[in-house]
Design a protein around this ligand. Structure first.
Ligand code: SF4
Length: 287
């Protein structure tokens, strides 16, 4: 059952771990989508709970006035580059009812000059509900929608409770129709059809690709600890569970969309003015 979390502040200083951002903004604690591969489940924030990851999503108390005061103080202290969200999805099923994320966005829209940049990371079609607010902030935001594959059976195997491929595609289309800059986050890249690069190119302004190796922040150790490899079918494993796959997929995508709109690994999650396209950035495994 969802409950409210007692917390005073909503903006958490990144302390440098999320490069390019001053703060993270997590309107919820926990995540109802419970993706099998989610790295948050191994972090203290999840391990200190007795419930299994994916079985709870508690709302933080959100008050527009208090949040704006926080935002104003943050702006005065230096900057307000915000990543929403780092340890949950800001569009939980519960968000339909309580509108915590919507309240925060509405507050930001009311005083846009307080916001330097907002990266909205989600896999939920509910983000399209807020298209008008996001459109009003279009010059200060990037909405990144996770779409790891175009194959429903693969999605069900790796993230059975996450929204369907079709629902996410429709949401991206709705955001784009409002003129909102949208990125497809193919993160982690999962087995997909040969039509997927074309779909991504048609859908999005940008593409970010990540994998189980660099993308887990520990050279694949976290992915191995989660047992990721076992979720692949035997005929998929050699081709898809491989450190070179992300870059080779980027090359496929580059045949369909401009190369300078494709980003690999961490570059795909930096603020736009800081990131380097995939062929200007060589990662150790690709060197
Ligand atoms: S939606 Fe994101 S935060 Fe939630 S379980 Fe999946 S990967 Fe983790």
């Amino acid at each position: 059952m969802a409950k409210q979390v007692a917390t005073r502040r909503l903006l958490t200083p990144t302390g440098g771990y999320l490069q390019g951002y001053d703060y993270t903004l997590n309107p919820f604690v926990g995540c109802a989508y419970g993706c099998k591969y989610c790295y948050v489940q191994a972090l203290p924030v999840a391990r200190l709970r007795s419930e299994r990851w994916g079985t709870y999503a508690d709302a933080k108390p959100v008050d527009a006035g208090s949040f704006l005061r926080e935002l104003r103080r943050a702006k005065q202290r230096g900057g307000t580059r915000i990543f929403m969200s780092s340890s949950t999805d800001p569009y939980q099923p519960l968000e339909w009812r309580i509108g915590a994320t919507r309240t925060l966005l509405t507050a930001m829209q009311s005083v846009p000059e307080l916001l330097d940049f907002l990266f909205v990371q989600t896999r939920s079609p509910l983000v399209a509900r807020d298209a008008e607010i996001l459109a009003a902030l279009r010059h200060r935001i990037l909405v990144s929608v996770t779409l790891e594959t175009d194959q429903e059976d693969v999605r069900r195997r790796f993230a059975p409770r996450a929204p369907t491929v079709r629902a996410r595609v429709r949401a991206i289309e709705a955001l784009r129709a409002h003129g909102i800059p949208v990125q497809v986050a193919i993160a982690p890249l999962l087995p997909c059809s040969t039509d997927f690069p074309r779909l991504v190119a048609d859908l999005a302004d940008f593409a970010a690709i990540d994998d189980w190796f660099i993308g887990d922040g520990s050279n694949g150790r976290r992915s191995r600890a989660l047992g990721v490899e076992q979720w692949y079918l035997p005929h998929e494993r050699a081709a898809w569970y491989h450190p070179a796959k992300a870059r080779s997929f980027a090359e496929l995508l580059a045949a369909q969309m401009p190369r300078d709109r494709i980003f690999l690994h961490q570059q795909g999650f930096l603020p736009p003015d800081m990131r380097l396209p995939f062929d200007e950035r060589i990662d150790p495994q690709d060197a």
